[in-house]
Design a binder for this molecule. Structure first.
Ligand SMILES: NC(=O)c1ccc[n+]([C@@H]2O[C@H](COP(=O)([O-])OP(=O)(O)OC[C@H]3O[C@@H](n4cnc5c(N)ncnc54)[C@H](OP(=O)(O)O)[C@@H]3O)[C@@H](O)[C@H]2O)c1
Length: 291
């Protein structure tokens, strides 16, 4: 069972897993059609509905990718964020424990404060916004309820999905094509990963069942440099990129400066991420069709 199949990552996981698994995906407000995947609408924050879902589907394994994934929304909607990002995740871990099945949880690089990168699995989390805090609370609560839960901390992810949830790439490409000026931080660094590579990594995690693993991409890069790479690969010479600093743009959620993740442990279990440019080149053909 893949929760959040209508989201960016859930959709990518379904593409990756559907040839090897009988897949059951969940969505909430965006109905989605993924050929080869059974889908059901559910609000995962309603305990009794979750209970029914597990009773009726009897999953052999769960990848929990559903979340409220916008840090600014979470900052301004504490209760809503807590209910889906923490409480629902802990309940899911509880049901997985009852059924004695693997449970893979998608956490985030935003559990770190960004002051001492790069972050390995040994580093102590210290979130600076509510989204990161609720993700960390989910990690801890899930571990308590289900000792075998697999916690996968993901970096910034990009790609083109046919689901409702999109990464930053699709809107960025639209802005570049139309010549709208795009503000991109020169002082915010991540280790981005394509949705495809992320889904590949998560399937390895489901097979190898590590306790905790960081799926950092191969390169540490600023938002601005990433934008320049997108502009080059997608060939938008007229795109207007405005290099700016975090402090120039007001946002609800504080943003860490550099939450680059390591990937040594992930590589050890068989993860093979591509360079960002190679991933972007692969995506270009798909994007040309969608724009
Ligand atoms: N995107 C990134 O760069 C990034 C980086 C690090 C970690 N993550 C984590 O990766 C996971 C996937 O992120 P994403 O980018 O794929 O997010 P997304 O595109 O925003 O998708 C979120 C998914 O969660 C579902 N959902 C939200 N509230 C729900 C509820 N109350 N009940 C049931 N389902 C609900 C959504 O369903 P509907 O759309 O149908 O409402 C959607 O399928 C999340 O845990 C996120 O925190 C993401």
């Amino acid at each position: 069972m893949v929760t959040g199949a209508s989201g960016f990552l859930g959709w990518n996981i379904c593409q990756q897993a559907k040839s090897d698994w009988t897949l059951f995906g969940t969505f909430f407000s965006h109905s989605v059609n993924i050929p080869g995947v059974m889908l059901a609408k559910i609000d995962l924050t309603i305990f009794n509905d979750l209970k029914t879902l597990f009773r009726e589907t009897k999953p052999a394994a769960v990848i929990h990718a559903a979340a409220q994934s916008d840090p600014n929304f979470c900052q301004e909607n504490h209760d809503a964020s807590y209910r889906i990002n923490t409480e629902a995740a802990i309940n899911i871990a509880g049901f997985c424990s009852d059924l004695e099945i693997p449970c893979v949880f998608i956490s985030s690089d935003l559990v770190f404060d960004g002051l001492n990168p790069p972050y390995s699995e040994e580093d102590e989390p210290s979130p600076i916004n509510l989204y990161g805090e609720h993700k960390l609370m989910a990690e801890l609560g899930m571990k308590k309820r289900c000792g075998s839960v697999v916690i996968c901390r993901m970096p910034l992810m990009f790609g083109i999905s046919e689901a409702a949830g999109s990464s930053f790439l699709q809107p960025l490409l639209r802005q570049m094509k139309s010549g709208i000026e795009v503000n991109l931080f020169v002082d915010e660094f991540r280790t981005p990963l394509s949705g495809k590579n992320a889904a590949e990594g998560l399937m390895i995690a489901l097979e190898r069942l590590p306790d905790l693993v960081h799926f950092g991409g191969l390169e540490r890069i600023s938002r601005y440099e990433l934008g320049k790479l997108v502009m080059e690969v997608f060939n938008f010479p007229n795109a207007k990129l405005n290099p700016c600093r975090q402090q120039e743009i007001q946002m609800a959620a504080p943003r860490p400066r550099d939450v680059s993740l390591t990937n040594a442990k992930a590589l050890e279990i068989g993860f093979q991420p591509d360079a960002i440019k190679k991933s972007l080149e692969r995506l270009k053909a798909v994007a040309d069709k969608k724009l």
